[in-house]
Every structure is written in C-alpha cells, then in structure tokens.
Design a binder for this molecule. Sequence first.
Ligand SMILES: Nc1ncnc2c1ncn2[C@@H]1O[C@H](COP(=O)(O)OP(=O)(O)OP(=O)(O)O)[C@@H](O)[C@H]1O
Ligand SMILES: [Mg+2]
Length: 416
Amino acid sequence: MVLLVVFMMMYAHPKLRKRQVYTDHLSRDLRENLTGIRVIRAYNAEKYQEKKFTEADDILTSNERKAHHAMGLMRPTIKFVNNALMVGIYLVGAYLIASANPADQIAIFSDMVVYSSYTAILIKAFMDMNMALNQYPRAAVSAERILEILHADTEVKEGSSTAESTAGTIEFRHINFSYPGAKGNALTDISFTAEAGKTTALIGATGSGKTTILQLIARLYTPQSGSILIDGVDIQNMSLRKLHEKIGYATQKAMLLRGTVISNVAYGENDRTDRNEQSVNLALETAQALEFVGLMDKGIHAEIARGGTSVSGGQRQRLSIARSICWNPEVFLFDDTFSALDFETDYKLRKALRETHPDQSILIVAQRIGTIRDADEILVLDNGTIVDRGTHDQLMQRCNIYQQIASTQLSEQELS
Ligand SMILES: Nc1ncnc2c1ncn2[C@@H]1O[C@H](COP(=O)(O)OP(=O)(O)OP(=O)(O)O)[C@@H](O)[C@H]1O
Ligand SMILES: [Mg+2]
C-alpha cells in the first residue's frame, strides 16, 4: 500500500497539477475561436485554428489519460491487498485453531474474527486517506490561483479627497511613464495644461503615446514620476469615484455592452446626474446619433448585441460619445472617436458638443487634421514626448512632423 501511495505521489500527482494549466490553454484557444470568428472565416483560417485547438486538446487528453490510468490502479490494488490480508488472517487463524487444544479453540476463533474486522476498518481508513491525497494536487493548484488574485496588490492607490469643482482644467507636470514590464518609457517629461472651456488636441504617429496620456488621466495606470492635476488637485489624492465622475472617457475601441441603446448611453453610476430618457435623447442629439437610433425598431429601447456587433463602427463610436456626454463630466476624453465618422458628422458633432458644453475641457486624440484644426491648442507627440504645441496655423509654419501629417491630408490649396 505504501508503494502504491509513493507511486501515486511520484507519477499521478504532477499530472493532476498540470491539468489546470492545460485546461487554461484549451479554454484560451476556444475563446479566441469564438471572439475572432469573423477574421477566422474571412481568412479561411478554420483549419489553422482547429489545429491549434486540437494540439491543446491532445496535450490535455494525453495528460488526463495517463493520470486516470494510474488512478484506475488504485481501487483494484487496495481491494486485492484487502482480500489477500483476509485470506492470510483466515489461513493463520485456521492453522492456530487446528493446532490449539479444544478448550482454547473458541477463544482463538473469536480473536481471529475481531482481528479481521479491525483490519477491514484500517484498510477503509487507508482508502479514504488515499482519496484525500488524490484530491490534494487539484485543490492546491486552485488555492494557489485564488490566493494569487486575493493577494495581488492594486497598483492604483486611492486618495480620499472628494473636493467638488466644476471647471475641469487638467495639468500634466513632468510626467514620466513606462508600462509595467516594458523597457523604455512610453511617455517622457510630458507637461501641458488643458484649460477648462478649451479644446486641446493630441496628434502624432501610432504608438506615440496618445492613448497612454488619456489612460493616465483616468488613472488606469500610475506614472513613475510627475503629477497630474485637475483644478489644482493631484488626481492621486482623489477618490477614484470622484475622479471618474469628472471624466467622460470615450475609449479608442468603442465599447458597447449587451442591453439597449438607453442602457448603454445612461451607463454607470454617477452622483451628479439624474439620467432619464430626456437626457439620453439630448446626449444622442449632441452625438449626432438621434437620427439612426430613431430608425431602429424600438428607438432608444432597441437591443444592442454584446460588443455592439449589431450597429456599424461609426454608430458605435457615436453611441460611445453619447455615453460620455450623458455622464455629464467636467472633462471629455475622446480617443480617436471621430475616425469612423464622415467629415460632416464629425464637424457637426464637435460644434454641437461645444455649444451644449461651453465650460468643459475637451481632449481630442485624432489622426485627421480636419478634426483638430480648430482646436485651441494642438500638442504634437512623437515617441512619447511633446515635440511642439500651438494652433493649427502656428504648427503649419514651424513644425515638421505636423506639416508632414498635413501634407498627406490637405489639398495644395489648403496647405498654402
Ligand atoms: N499595455 C501596454 N503594455 C506595454 N506597452 C504598451 C501598452 N500599451 C501601449 N504600449 C506601448 O506604449 C506606446 C504608446 O502607446 P499608445 O497606445 O499610447 O499609442 P497611441 O499614440 O495611442 O497609438 P495609436 O495612434 O496607434 O492609438 C507604444 O509604443 C506601445 O507599444
Ligand atoms: Mg491610441
């Protein structure tokens, strides 16, 4: 029995431990197949994906098979040992009884019966212990994974200030930031002020750090040095709830959740607004979304599929902008949210937003010169640093990078 336990510990337990990892791989591949189904179909990649899945599946199957073959040995072995012991006890007992004098025979017989029932109890306990030992590896791996999450430290530490303000001036002071685990800075010595009531634009090549700047304002990450202030208060000292109430963030990848138009636009909890159909309609109107929502079968109560796959890319962007408007923030953060809009809608939306929200600061990340040319200040980013700042006209005169971007987008006449 001891040999059996040692064998299980050496051979089967490591396999039971690995099972969790292999199951992870399998569900990862499965999820990828489901979320990426459009790309997979469009590129005839079914075979390739199937192969990836089959590989992960084979590894898991072979591991499970070996572990279970070993585990399968357990019951028969224990039963065999149990029965062999009984046979042994009765053989020895029979021999003792036969060789004892008749007066002692009854006593020896009852001893033998007692002895064999004790043995049975012992074996049963041993079997139970073995079962527990076999469950141990799985429980240990699961516990490790749960503890890993429970003990993970949140990098973003909350402040306590809940100071009220309504302006929304953002100030960056010498911000340096690198992503966890990445080498090299994503942002180097970024300083600027985005005034309340003004529109500040960020432009620059892909990977220049525009999204990173917006993510730092929303405190999705904490910079290594420097500080970010909203109306003079360091956001590190603010409670996250208060901070997020000040910010209407439309992310680069417009994100809709399963529900209805109204549940997506009036999304989240905010102490400052009371959101109803009227405010949702106003937000939709400003975001130039009222028209297409009106054409949907139940208007603002129309269903939205998970991930917003039931509306077009430009419609998704406008709904996500409407969400940020309905949130009633002090600061608007628009990360390339105008990219899928036609020029006219782009223009109308920005005009309507400024008219309805004259006091808020608006930060716009864009690739199109047209979207930002009338901004109050444009920051030109390159490789994580601000290389120049100014209005469209100033930058057209002196900033090389800006001129290059402009020259690929504007006509000869506009350039001159
Ligand atoms: N989560 C991350 N982990 C590590 N590095 C990252 C991460 N996100 C972005 N980076 C890196 O940081 C740099 C800046 O990325 P960022 O997303 O801010 O660029 P961007 O200017 O928004 O580009 P785009 O115009 O393509 O959206 C890039 O070099 C990028 O590779
Ligand atoms: Mg980006």
